[in-house]
Design a protein around this ligand. Sequence first.
Ligand SMILES: O=C(O)/C=C/C(=O)CC(=O)CC(=O)O
Ligand SMILES: [Ca+2]
Ligand SMILES: [Mg+2]
Length: 402
Amino acid sequence: MSTTWVPVVAEAGFGVDNLPYGVFSPQGQAPRVGVRIGDHVLDLADALGDEVFARPSLNPFLETGRARWSEVRARIRELLTDESHRQVVEPALHPLERVGLHMPFAVADFVDFYASEEHASNLGRMFRPDTEPLLPNWKHLPVGYHGRAGTVVPSGTPIARPCGQRKAPGEESPTFGPSTKLDIEAEVGFVVGTGSRLGQPVPPKDFAEHVFGVCLVNDWSARDIQAWEYVPLGPFLGKSFATSVSPWVVPLEALAAARVATPAQDPEPMDYLTESEPWGLDLQLEVELNGQVVSRPPYAGMYWSPAQMLAHMTVNGASLRTGDLYASGTVSGEAAGTRGSLIELTWNGTEPLQLSGGQPRTFLADGDTVSISATAPAEDGGRIGFGAVTGTIRAAECEPAG
Ligand SMILES: O=C(O)/C=C/C(=O)CC(=O)CC(=O)O
Ligand SMILES: [Ca+2]
Ligand SMILES: [Mg+2]
């Protein structure tokens, strides 16, 4: 790792090889853009003298494009590694524990994919037991749906248990009430910086021109509401009540050492989905429920890469906007203890998790806190950190009987 004059613990993953962006508020001040270095946040408007960072969202900076993103990153690295800048830059550093963290960017559109073969097969087995687990289109295109941008919330936002209609397979008619199958989905999110023109598809080779960086996503899901409503148009209220994102966006440039090929794809994808260079990513996720690790999903095994998802999302001419967020879909691996949702980890509630010192647990209970974190390989053989996306479940506010 390159060395910095800021005190950092190398193993913590926030050295100068990382430098993720977020929006923070120093005590008593308005939210503005910073990068995390160790346990500090560097105020970029102060350190670089650029007003584009004196804003409560990353979007104005995202709009400036790839060349500028690279210049700024190089300049920040210089300021933090060259001791001669210390005196001038040090006052722009704020201890992490003394700042507030906010939504890092204003979400334009939100799309959620379904790119894990394991997850898609597991959900198929549970939701559609009488059919092939993987539907016929799945290996031909990255399946996804358009989500609700306005309910994407920053890490730490309490999540109210949603209410709605649900009907269990044996029941004659639907009932209304608080979800009894509230779940998580551990996902990786891609943040679009540079938009595109309507009518102009974005091929996989242009991925890094458009996508600025990567964050963590928890796509909270009410499985009982979902199972009843989703036919035939797909996810709706079972997922739109809240989606949480991590406070830090790791720039693509920090992920060079994490790039891997996706697993072999058979059938060979169509030309518009063919990558010229690999954009699989070797991120290691970790899911904690009330402080206990319940899963370690490996992102490297995801079938579709983010460059392929972007190409698919735009192949019909749909344009991109600064602030678009698209998520990978639930990250689930093959091995035990690597599934990214409780419905999979407990097989739809039939195989409860045994939490230490507590009750057997199937779906989320009121008061539960979920935290999803991740790390990735860094250039020097160490790791870089993504921080975490967390949320605590609040009791439903609807009338139990509707
Ligand atoms: O298989 C289904 O009908 C539904 C699957 C999901 O709930 C998953 C979804 O939101 C996409 C994903 O996270 O992979
Ligand atoms: Ca999802
Ligand atoms: Mg959601």
